[in-house]
Design a protein around this ligand. Structure first.
Ligand code: HDE
Length: 764
């Protein structure tokens, strides 16, 4: 058959006058333009895996060695086969009765290929559908040893982790930079079993009782009739619910703050939200709240930027995470705990620790670092890893226990339940990404997608036929050892504790802890979101909730909506502000920041080269922007252009430097623009064309200015900034004669993330 196919191919090749390789000669296929992009014709072994897969053989779910390596189980080998391993000689044509005849049902390969394809999708997560993930390692500091016996937290112990970040409301294909809460879920593959810390980037939740979860999610998701808007909270049903159900006020306020639009997954905090209970080796208990603190600081986008990115690059956060890891800029977070005595009332300084709408300010209970997480590898396959990973708040290890938070109780049920629908049965724990690294010896049997070949005859306890195996661990080494917490004598009741009725004191604490610029952003966000509602009654109720947070906040939003500001219905509390809640005022390392360098074919190219190297040395990413792609080549030492005027947009950069920006009509645009008779400059490419500046450069720079980004220019670049309409004497605009000196000041400015003095602006 192969010989016949080759002969036919050769004939066709002759007819087309192309080479005689079997693929080249397929009738109708045009001759390849360049040999470098031609489809290979010789079978060869699998390409080396992109990421190291040479690790130890995966264990079977029963803890037995499979003998396979990761590379074996991945796709590989020189020849295409069926699912059963039979080699295929043609996967491009279905079997027909004659070339123009009907397709035959006996074509097994056709049916297998199409049937498998038909079933490629699984239901997306009902919430947190869109996510991005990475592998990494967690290293314990040992500082939690006095409060928990969890082995992975001991000093120096390294534990593999897999982290999935997500938005909550949007579908799998929605945009990354929408205003929403972000999921921050970590799977620790500890030696004592899997521990999942399934948290968010906001420390409080909309509801206090799990029974309200379908309500808040139905309200936030697109309207059931038209299925719009996608991945948005700016619509009537969301605001209808959160203004009627005022325990949602605190979480909503965080969403309306800059926390709702993070700059990057790498610059988000993470929170376990609920209070958990840690158990030490003697059985002593401590209540804790989990915190992830990013080494790069907590940074956000501004709203206009977020909206632009949704169009320019809807994968912005996903790309940012993967690019950083590929480039070796491994993101890191410290895991920390706030600890509270495990008293019978489970409150701390008057704050109910079982109420998930409340935080404990860090000034009252400092976050104590207990370990460091580094994300150092991207997933090899999105579906197998990021889509199929199954987190569960109930995946606990010895030394970590839950509390009676009623929201947590509902989650303990929900996460297991949801995987059964999503992953098609109860054996999802056997999927490679979900497999524990501890030996498994359970008595769970059979079910859909069972891949274990269990041995033994007695999957029940007690038994004698399997020698009584397996045995139970003692309480000192077992997980799920209950802490004997007293349950108050009570009647069955559908109610909540009275402390849960306080819905406004902590939103006020958050508001009072914000700096003026952060408050401006919050006012703008409420004005936008309530302004997008159609129902007058919803807007008015929104204002009534704001009146109970702060008079100024309410008055400003009311003014923006053109409505009267209502009076507060509850006395305004006077809590001590918590500076730790603000994102402004601290200095952070510039690592991984993206610096755009606008340059033309003329001007100070030596300076561009020096600046580019200095940016790299400072741990940041330089991207050279020029009128067209290719290289800038002044004196035989070419500088690669990474972004052209057509592909550069300000939202990608944290700071911009300008060495020169030629005007339209300059040679640098190439023949196309010259032919189009574009506005001419003086044509010398020095960036000093009197005729003006390319509107795309002007947009690039003025947007960056509006968004509070550091901007610098030197030599010809100073004139270019002026022509673009950037006020060179404004805060955060640095000019000078030498690029390296300008860069030094830009790095200092990046430490504050943005030039906050430039706000408020229309972009807020
Ligand atoms: Fe979730 N949540 N949740 N949630 N949640 C899910 O589980 C649920 C809550 C969080 O990247 C689902 O596997 C209920 C709080 C994250 O795979 C589902 C309640 C917090 C993720 C579910 C909550 C979270 C989920 C959907 C109220 C922060 C994504 C798919 C009682 C502490 C995990 C899935 C990933 C996912 C239920 C509230 C965080 C349906 C019932 C509070 C980060 O089981």
């Amino acid at each position: 058959l192969k010989a016949a196919a080759e002969t036919a191919a050769e004939k066709a090749a002759d007819a087309l006058g192309v080479g005689s390789g079997p693929e080249e000669g397929v009738p109708g296929k045009p001759a390849p333009v360049s040999p470098s992009v031609d489809e290979p014709t010789e079978p060869h072994g699998p390409l080396p895996p992109k990421h190291d897969q040479s690790g130890p053989a995966p264990m079977s779910p029963t803890g037995q060695e499979t003998g396979a390596t990761q590379a074996d189980v991945a796709q590989g080998g020189p020849y295409l086969t069926t699912a059963q391993g039979a080699r295929l000689y043609d996967s491009d044509h279905s079997l027909k009765a004659g070339a123009r005849g009907p397709v035959l049902i006996q074509d097994h390969h056709l049916r297998e290929k199409i049937t498998h394809f038909d079933h490629e999708r699984i239901p997306e997560r009902v919430v947190h559908a869109r996510g991005a993930a990475a592998h990494g390692v967690f290293r314990g500091y040992g500082t939690a040893a006095n409060v928990t016996k969890a082995a992975f937290l001991a000093n120096g112990v390294e534990t593999p982790v897999f982290v999935r970040f997500s938005t909550v409301l949007g579908s799998r294909g929605s945009s990354d930079t929408v205003r929403d809460t972000r999921g921050f879920a970590t799977k620790f593959y500890t030696q004592e079993g899997v521990f999942d810390l399934v948290g968010n980037n906001i420390p409080v939740f909309f509801i206090q009782d799990a029974i309200k979860f379908p309500d808040i999610i139905h309200a936030g998701k697109p309207h059931p009739d038209r299925e719009i808007p996608q991945a948005q909270s700016a619509h009537d049903t969301f605001w209808d619910f959160v203004t009627l159900h005022t325990e949602a006020t605190h979480h909503t306020l965080w969403n309306m703050s800059d926390r709702g639009i993070p700059r990057s997954y790498r610059t988000m905090e993470g929170f376990g939200v609920h209070t958990f209970r840690l158990v030490d080796a003697e059985g002593g208990t401590t209540l804790v709240k989990w915190h992830w603190k990013p080494k790069l600081g907590v940074h956000s986008l501004v709203w206009e930027e977020a909206q632009l990115i949704n169009g320019m690059d809807p994968d912005f956060h996903r790309r940012d995470l993967a690019d950083a890891i590929d480039a070796g800029a491994f993101p890191q977070w410290e895991l920390g705990i706030q600890t509270f005595p495990d008293t019978p009332d489970q409150t701390f300084e008057g704050i109910d620790l079982l109420d998930p709408t409340k935080i404990v300010p860090e000034e009252l209970a400092p976050v104590q670092p207990i370990g460091l997480m580094t994300l150092n590898a991207n997933p090899s396959n999105y579906f197998a890893e990021t889509e199929q990973v199954a987190f569960h708040v109930g995946h606990l290890v010895p030394g970590i226990d839950v509390t009676d938070d009623p929201l947590l109780a509902g989650r303990l049920f929900s996460y297991l339940d949801t995987q059964i629908t999503r992953l098609g049965g109860p054996n999802f724990g056997q999927l490679p990404i979900n497999r524990t690294h501890a030996p498994v010896n359970d008595m769970l049997r059979d079910g859909m997608h069972q891949t274990a070949v269990h041995r033994g005859v007695a999957p029940y306890r007690p038994n004698s036929l399997d020698g009584g195996c397996p045995f139970q661990a003692g309480v000192d080494t077992g997980a799920y050892v209950e802490t004997p917490v007293g349950v108050p004598e009570a009647s069955k009741i559908r109610d909540a504790p009275t402390s849960f009725a306080d819905h406004f004191s902590q939103p006020r604490l958050f508001w009072l802890s914000m700096t003026p610029v952060e408050r401006e952003h919050i006012i703008a966000a409420y004005t936008f979101e309530l302004g997008k509602c159609y129902e007058q009654s919803v807007k008015e109720r929104g204002l009534r909730a704001l009146a109970n947070i702060d008079t100024e906040l309410c008055a400003e939003v009311a003014a923006g909506l053109g409505l009267p500001a209502p009076e507060a219905t509850e006395p305004l509390a006077s809590p001590e502000p918590s500076p730790a809640l603000s994102q402004v005022g601290q200095v952070w390392p510039p690592d991984g920041r993206i610096v755009g360098i606008v340059a033309g074919p003329a001007g100070d190219l030596a300076g561009v080269r020096t600046v580019r190297e200095a940016v790299q040395e400072a741990g940041m990413v330089p991207l050279v922007i020029a009128p067209a792609g290719g290289v800038l080549d002044a004196d035989g030492d070419p500088i690669t252009v990474q972004r052209s005027y057509a592909t550069a947009r300000s939202v990608e950069f944290d700071a911009l430097l300008v060495a020169g920006a030629p005007g339209r009509g300059d040679d640098a645009y190439g023949a196309r623009d010259a032919k189009a008779g574009a506005v001419t400059g003086d044509g010398d490419g020095d960036g000093a064309d009197g005729a003006g500046i390319d509107p795309r450069v002007s947009l690039l720079l003025t947007e960056a200015f509006r968004h509070g980004k550091a901007i610098g220019g030197w030599q010809d670049g100073v004139a270019a900034l002026e022509r673009a309409g950037v006020p060179t004497s404004a805060p955060g605009v640095v000019t000078g004669d030498r690029g390296d000196a300008v860069l030094e000041r830009i790095v200092e400015l990046l430490g504050a993330h943005r030039v906050w003095e430039r706000f408020p602006t229309a972009a807020g």
